[in-house]
Design a protein around this ligand. Sequence first.
Ligand code: SAH
Length: 350
Amino acid sequence: MDIELKELIDRLNAEKCLPHEGWVRLFDGFTDEEREYSASIARRIADEKYGKNIYIRGIVEFSNYCKNDCFYCGIRCSNKNAQRYRLTDEEILQCCDEGYETGFRTFVLQSGEDPKYSAERMCNIVRAIKTAHPDCAVTLSLGELERGDLAELRAAGADRYLLRHETATKNHYEQLHPSFMSFEHRMKCLQDLKELGYQTGAGMMIGAPFASSDTLAADMEFLGRFKPQMVGTGPFLPHKDTPFRVCPKGSYELTLFVLSLVRIMLPNVLLPATTALGTIRPNGREQGVLHGANVIMPNLSPTAVRKKYMLYDNKICTEDSTSECRFCLQRRMESIGYNIEISRGDFCND
Ligand code: SAH
């Protein structure tokens, strides 16, 4: 193993931060050896904090209408080939009910930025879920909202919010998004979420177009400063109907390495092995867990709409039902010595 890189990993473990050049050195120089070394530290930390238990979150992808136009995303508004759909409030609740029966105690409501679901409507949905299932957590992933709306949703009972920062470098953000979207606004939302008492999730795609060791270093520095309770990160995967259709996918090994480094830097973080990681490799999510992840987020959406929520090509689990996904994951986790835990699985700081 490269002694200088090993020292950087050890220093990250001891100090929970690295200088910018240290991150760049790691990303430019790592091989399987350094990745496996960081995985062994990361997994030890995750086992100490969470044992052999993996939390599951059921995602309901309730609308793929989106007013935004992110260059990487298959449900961007300019994609005229996307078949759009919306679930009714009753359908969303039914997905949660079915999820509850199968053992889910966190529901993640995710969508494009769809103005048909006003803050008032979402508040009613959140309240209905909380009334039906008072022992469950509700996570929202609705994109950027104004602080007032986020405050109302929090008051209605929403516990957590996922809003990946996508990249911590303004210039890079502008290469991934149209000019009407704003880096500052996304960052302001993340700040608002934290101040309003949400367990907040940030994160980035690995190997997105124009990403470099330098932008990834900036992402790690941002995560170290912001200290989100959750970090969602998976490889960039191209979608055939986007401007990035010809761009190469992100690196599988780099994604795993980043998962381990995030775990080492933020020991208590809730860290999913993402669907994109399971898409780039058949056992990607198992490897994600072995690199320090402790959360898996299977789909609870009705099978009939799953293929329409295509953020990138070849997304897995679009043919399966809620209970098929649930039990498939249980087998996958047991095959590597882990159990699925049935509880809300809140962030804990000790
Ligand atoms: N509209 C919500 C939810 C977005 S989809 C929001 O803006 O937060 C959830 C995440 O999927 C995005 O944050 C992005 O990081 C990821 N994603 C989108 N397109 C992708 C692609 N082509 N490859 C990999 N991940 C992608």
